[in-house]
Every structure is written in C-alpha cells, then in structure tokens.
Ligand binder design. Structure first.
Ligand code: ATP
Ligand code: MG
Length: 375
C-alpha cells in the first residue's frame, strides 16, 4: 500500500500514496431505514446523478447507522440495504461511473470514527440541532443508545475517509457537515501543522490530510412530508416512495394536511399559497413556470380551484417522474446483480479509504505497520 521509499515510522508528515486525481471527490449516502422517496430525489440524488459525470463519486449505504434505531432488526436492515441500492440505481446512479458501497465493509471508516470522536467535545456533538430534532421526532428523547449520537461522528468519518470535497445532501445534513469541517480543521491543525487560521481552501496545500468538504444542497433542501408538517422521512411514514404506483401516489397526496388554507373551490377571499405545503410540491415537481404561476394565481383568488384539483395535478406529475425510474428498477431485481455492484463498489471504497487511513495514521503518529484488505 505504501509508495516505495516512504516511511512507515511514526512522524508528523504523511506521504500521499497516489497522486490526487484532477476530479473532485464526492461522498454522500443514505441510511437503509426503508425505501427511498421523492425527498431524496430532490434533496440529494438528482444532484448525484448530475455529478457522477464529472466527479469521482462514492455513494454509501449507511447500514451500521441503521442500527442506531433498529439494532433488534438486522434482517430488515439487510433487506433495506438491497432496496436502497435498487432505488438509487432506479433514479439513475450508474455503477460504471459511481461506486456504491456498504459502510460495514469499509473498516477505515470505523477506525477513523474512533479517532475523530477524540477531536470533538462531547457537548459539541450533543448540541447538533439535527441530532436534537431527530431524537424528538423519532420519539427517542428519553431512550436512545450511546451509538445514536455517535452516528454523527461516524458521519464525519464517512466523508473524511474519502477526503471528499463535495457532499450532496438535504438541508438537515448541513449541521453534520459543519461538524465534519470542524474535525478536518482540527485534525489538520493537530497532526499536520496547518496553521490555526488557515483558509479552508488552503488546508491541503499547507500539508493537511483532509480537504475541508462543502455541502452541496439540492434544489429543494427540505421537502415536506405528506403529513404537511415534518420533513419527508423514511422513518416517519410520511413519504412518497420511488416505487409507489400512480394510485398510491394519488392516495398519499389526497391525505396531505394542507393547514389553515384548506378550503372548498369558490370560497371567497384571497389565500396565501405560501402557507399551503402542497405548493412546495407544485413548485418542485411541475416543470413549467407558467403553469406554476397560473396555479398560484388561481388558488390565491379562489378561481374555481381547490386543494383537490392541485393534488390531482401534482400526483400526475410525480407519477410521470417515477415511471421511468420504476422501469429502470426492474433491471435490478436480481440480488446477484445488486451484490456484484456492491462488491465492486466496496473494493473501490476500501482502496480509497485505506489510502486515507494510512495518511491519517502517519500524521497522527499511529502508523506502525502496513496492511491490505481483500474482499
Ligand atoms: P431517516 O428517517 O431514517 O432519517 P431520511 O428519509 O431522513 O431517513 P436519510 O437516509 O437520513 O433519509 O437521508 C439521505 C439523504 O437524503 C440526506 O442527504 C438527506 O438530507 C436527504 N433527504 C432526506 N429527506 C429529505 C427531504 N425530505 N428533503 C430533502 N432532502 C432529504
Ligand atoms: Mg435522515
């Protein structure tokens, strides 16, 4: 694994083993807590499909993090890993361009998690607003495992193990990314001699192991769920899934809670479409700006158009979006095909992260012997 002539002795400097590619590196992923939904598409996956053409992309299935809430259901998690991969492929992730891999097959991530947990004050981890929010909405406030807050540290390792530059994510992940940036800065300062106030973009040139990664938030950073209140979320049962039939989409949208603006056609008075969560779906999924403007205008004036009409139209466009995805998904029904894609992705992820781990261990005076990992 080592570049010939490099030293395996403990020291402050590291030797990059392979030249950095000119392409920027991307890491992002999903927890296998259930099937993917249209919030994933607009928040992250659509962007992944675009940048797999131009970036070195690694997409992670965070199966260990799924144990934070379902440690008693390992078989369900395993099944969901396969389904999440199928959904990602259905949405257009191309395994010949991007590596899709399982978190638990990449030991460097877990080793870096432990090391990084030493670089973060406990109170800093617990202050993370997304973590607090998740504990609340998932009903875990008084009863969560030690591993639950640890997953946020794990996520810093997911990203930094790849020395990723860009992280396409929804809005809820931005605090996690901030934590990741802090870990990278601190590591580069403690172990690589990068000065305290060095600009983020100069860390690598100044000898830091880790670039300071940036969040790349999708067009819609937080799609509301069909409850009309919470973020659409796999675990909250408020999702329109990639696999939903037109009938299911229509039924789910039919039930969406539209808040105080709910009313019948031809009601008098102006209504503010901004306050109706349904209009986020209108803006997100209807491509024609003219049609969006017309719907907003007619809705506000109460021009023979109520929530029901909008729901039907939104259901129609969402089903049109899902149809080619569902068609593509059929190519990946076989478990063997999915396993082959994962095997290839895991091999590439192991190679990339073992390189980072060797660099990080050398920088932190932890590199005593070399190793190689084969699967
Ligand atoms: P869970 O309920 O288990 O937390 P989730 O639906 O939040 O599941 P994750 O696997 O946590 O999904 O998130 C995967 C990616 O999709 C993240 O980048 C996240 O920000 C993004 N994402 C998830 N839900 C939405 C949403 N409703 N709107 C925009 N982006 C989203
Ligand atoms: Mg989530």
């Amino acid at each position: 694994m080592l570049k010939p002539g490099s030293s395996a002795l403990p020291g402050r400097r590291y030797n990059p083993i392979m030249p950095e590619t000119a392409r920027r590196r991307v890491l992002t992923g999903d927890t296998p807590t259930g099937s993917l939904h249209i919030g994933h598409w607009v928040g992250s996956v659509k962007r992944r499909v675009e940048i797999q053409e131009t970036h070195d992309c690694f997409f992670l299935v965070a199966n260990l993090h799924a144990f934070t809430t379902r440690a008693d259901k390992p078989e369900d998690i395993r099944r969901d890993c396969m389904e999440v991969v199928r959904d990602a492929l259905a949405m257009g992730i191309d395994p010949s361009k991007a590596s899709i891999f399982l978190q638990t097959e990449v030991p460097a991530i877990l080793e870096l998690t432990y090391l990084f947990s030493m670089l973060l004050p406990y109170n800093r981890v617990m202050r993370n607003p997304t973590l607090k929010d998740e504990l609340k909405v998932k009903g875990l406030e008084d009863n969560y495992s030690f591993g639950f807050p640890l997953y946020t540290v794990g996520q810093t390792a997911d990203i930094l193990a790849f020395r990723a530059h860009d992280v396409p994510v929804g809005e809820d992940q931005v605090p996690h990314l901030e934590l990741t940036r802090e870990v990278a800065r601190r590591f580069n300062k403690f172990y690589c001699g990068v000065p305290d106030k060095a600009p983020d973009e100069e860390h690598v040139d100044l000898g830091g192991v880790f670039p300071i990664p940036e969040a790349d938030v999708g067009k819609v950073g937080r799609l509301v769920g069909t409850d009309g209140i919470q973020k659409m979320s796999k675990s909250l049962g408020n999702s329109i899934l990639i696999t939903d039939t037109p009938k299911q989409v229509k039924k789910k949208l039919g039930k969406i809670y539209v808040g105080i603006d709910n009313r019948q056609p031809n009601d008098p008075g102006e209504v503010d479409p901004e306050k109706n969560p349904l209009f986020q779906y209108v803006e997100t999924f209807i491509d024609s700006d003219d049609e969006v403007a017309e719907l907003r205008d007619r809705y506000a004036r109460g021009d023979n158009i109520g929530d029901g009409v909008i729901k039907v139209r939104v259901a129609e466009v969402i089903s049109e979006l899902l149809e080619p995805m569902q068609e593509r998904r059929r190519q990946y029904e076989s478990d063997d095909v999915v396993m082959d894609i994962l095997h290839d992705g895991c091999q590439k992820a192991i190679a990339a992260t073992e390189e980072t781990l060797a660099m990080a261990k050398e920088a932190a005076s932890l590199r005593f012997f070399d190793r190689s990992i084969n699967i």
